[in-house]
Design a protein around this ligand. Structure first.
Ligand code: IPD
Ligand code: CA
Ligand code: CA
Length: 256
C-alpha cells in the first residue's frame, strides 16, 4: 500500500516538474507579500499534481500552498503539496528548487516525493521502507560534530536584522564548518537525507515545505526535532533536522 502511494507521489511530482520546465521561460511574477513571489508555474504545477492524485484517490484530503484545501476523508489520508519550493530561485534562474509531495495517514507521514527537475533527481521515501534517490538507497552523512558540518537554515522570507532567526543564524556561523541559506527548504531536507548536507533548521516553514522532507530524513536514518530538541509537529513552524542524534544535540545546544 505505502509502495503504491510512493509510486503515485513519484508520478505526480514528475508531472509538476515537467510543468515547471515548460513555464521556465515565459512566467510572470507576482508578489504575494514583500519578497514572497508566485508565478503561473506554481499554480499550473499544483493543478496537474492535484488533478492526478484526486483522480487516483478521490476520497483523500489535500493541502497545497496555492490555495488548495480539501478536508481529510474517511481513511484519514491527506496529501501535503508544495508545487514549487524555491520560487525565488526559480524566478532568478538559480537552479535549486523542487516539487514536494508528502502523504499523511491519520496525521502521520507515510510517503514522500521531492523532485528536482533541473537535475532530474527524484527523492522518495515510505514509512518503514527507507529513502532513495533515483532508486539508490539513501543514508544521512553520519556526521556528529558541528565543527565538521555543513549546515543550512531557512530564514523568514522578508526578515529583519532584529529577527531571532537571524540571531540563531549568526550564533551558528562561528561554530559550524559552513552555514548556508539556499532558498528551498524541501531540497535542504532531501539533501540532509542524501548526506550532501549535515543539518538544517528553521522556525518559519509551512507544512508543505516540510512534509515530504521530514519523512525522507527520518527514513535515511536522520533525526528530526524542534530547535529546542522537542518532538516535531507538522503544523508548527519549528524544525531541526540532523544526520545523527549527536549532531542534533550539539545544534540544539548552540541554537536554543
Ligand atoms: C520557501 C522556501 C525557502 C524558505 C521559505 C519558503 P517557496 O518556499 O522553502 O527556503 O526559507 O520560508 O517560503 O515560497 O519558495 O515555496
Ligand atoms: Ca515552499
Ligand atoms: Ca511554493
Amino acid at each position: 500500500m505505502i509502495a503504491d502511494f510512493m509510486q503515485a507521489a513519484d508520478e505526480a511530482a514528475r508531472l509538476g516538474g515537467q510543468v515547471l520546465r515548460t513555464w521556465s521561460t515565459r512566467f510572470t511574477v507576482t508578489e504575494k507579500s514583500r519578497s514572497n513571489l508566485v508565478t503561473e508555474a506554481d499554480f499550473a504545477s499544483q493543478k496537474v499534481i492535484h488533478e492526478f492524485l484526486h483522480r487516483r484517490y478521490p476520497h483523500h484530503g489535500f493541502l497545497g500552498e496555492e490555495g488548495l484545501e480539501h478536508p481529510t476523508g474517511a481513511g484519514g489520508y491527506r496529501w501535503v503539496i508544495d508545487p514549487l519550493d524555491g520560487t525565488s530561485n526559480y524566478v532568478h534562474g538559480f537552479p535549486y528548487y523542487a516539487v514536494s509531495i508528502g502523504l499523511e495517514e491519520q496525521g502521520e507521514l507515510i510517503a514522500a516525493a521531492i523532485y528536482d527537475p533541473t537535475r532530474d533527481e527524484m527523492f522518495l521515501a515510505g514509512r518503514g521502507l527507507g529513502a532513495t534517490l533515483n532508486r539508490r538507497r539513501l543514508k544521512t552523512s553520519g556526521e556528529r560534530i558541528v565543527g565538521q558540518a555543513m549546515l543550512v537554515a531557512s530564514l523568514p522570507v522578508a526578515t529583519t536584522a532584529e529577527d531571532p532567526a537571524v540571531g540563531r543564524f549568526l550564533s551558528m556561523i562561528p561554530k559550524a564548518q559552513t552555514v548556508q541559506r539556499t532558498g528551498s527548504a524541501a531540497l535542504n531536507l532531501a539533501y540532509v537525507a542524501a548526506g550532501r548536507l549535515d543539518g538544517f533548521w528553521s522556525a518559519s516553514l509551512k507544512p508543505w515545505d516540510m512534509a515530504a522532507g521530514v519523512l525522507l530524513v527520518r527514513e535515511a536514518g536522520g533525526v528530526v526535532t524542534t530547535i529546542r530538541g522537542g518532538s516535531f509537529e507538522l503544523e508548527v513552524p519549528d524544525l531541526l533536522a540532523a544526520a545523527t542524534g549527536e549532531l542534533q544535540q550539539e545544534m540544539v545546544r548552540i541554537l536554543a
